[in-house]
Design a binder for this molecule. Structure first.
Ligand code: SF4
Length: 267
């Protein structure tokens, strides 16, 4: 039987992880740049509210059983690939509608000794003073040898209409850092280099890793080669000074190299 939720991403997504899991389609953050709202995916992954994938059965219990079966089937290959299981490319797995199934599946990964990466813009689940919400944090603290939380930052709230603000997401990073829960910052998409550099400067005490990629498709005139070079050089300098790692995605590596080639031609 074909895979219903665990799969091997292709293209740019593969740079985030060799294995991924999509349990839901759709997202209520309504980002203008959302890749799910384009092309052939618009009527499935691009819907405005998360919906359990139809092929995962009638409810979360059935979905969980399918997940557990596929996890067992692929466990050795996921471990061999080295970067664990990535949640998710078709939604935000920490949305209120999804988080309980996400956490149940993450727990199954922990039991199976499989590392997990969760990419989110949601912050509601980490607020102090609510026993129910803080329960998620308590579990993540207990699983901190397995779970890494990725937080997307662009510095452009106006493009992320119904997501928590970038400031709220930075506060989330700070809290996770205090609790020793590993994190990474996804600077993807870079909307402009100045805003992305500000996001680095605002978070470099809270995370050990940045993943940086441009907005696809790369339209002519969206980015400037000289600004790209200055940004890359500055982030590299900061990474040496503060000891964080940077995963430059192919989109920005290619644009940077293109800029260098053009400079050589002009000399
Ligand atoms: S958070 Fe991600 S999946 Fe959700 S709307 Fe924004 S880009 Fe799309």
């Amino acid at each position: 039987m074909s895979n219903r939720c665990i799969y091997q991403p292709k293209g740019a997504a593969k740079e985030y992880g060799a294995w991924a899991c999509n349990l839901y389609n759709g997202c209520s953050h309504h980002c203008d740049y959302c890749y799910c709202k384009r092309g052939v995916w618009v009527n499935t992954m691009g819907v405005d509210k998360p919906e359990l994938k139809a092929m995962l059965g009638k409810d979360e219990n059935e979905a969980y059983l399918i997940f557990a079966r596929e996890l067992k089937q692929h466990r050795d290959k996921i471990l061999a690939a080295g970067d664990g299981l990535f949640f998710s490319f078709s939604t935000d797995p920490m949305l209120r509608e999804e988080i309980d199934l996400t956490m149940r599946c993450v727990q199954e990964c922990v039991i199976q000794d499989i590392p997990v990466q969760i990419l989110t813009k949601a912050t509601w689940w980490t607020r102090c003073g609510n026993e129910y919400e803080d329960d998620y944090l308590r579990r993540l603290v207990a699983w901190n040898n397995y779970v890494t939380i990725g937080v997307t930052l662009t510095g452009h709230d106006e493009l992320e209409a119904d997501a928590p603000t970038n400031k709220e997401r930075i506060d989330l990073l700070s809290r996770l850092h205090t609790l020793h829960i590993p994190t990474f910052v996804s600077l993807e998409p870079v909307v402009d280099f100045e805003s992305s550099l500000k996001m680095v400067l605002d978070t470099l005490h809270y995370t050990a890793e940045y993943r940086i990629g441009l907005m696809s498709p790369i339209k002519k005139d969206r980015y400037n080669h000289a600004q790209c070079e200055r940004f890359c050089n500055k982030v590299t300098e900061l990474s040496r000074e503060y000891g964080f790692t940077v995963k430059w995605k192919k989109s920005i590596r290619d644009f940077y190299e293109e800029g260098l080639s053009l400079m050589k031609l002009m000399k």
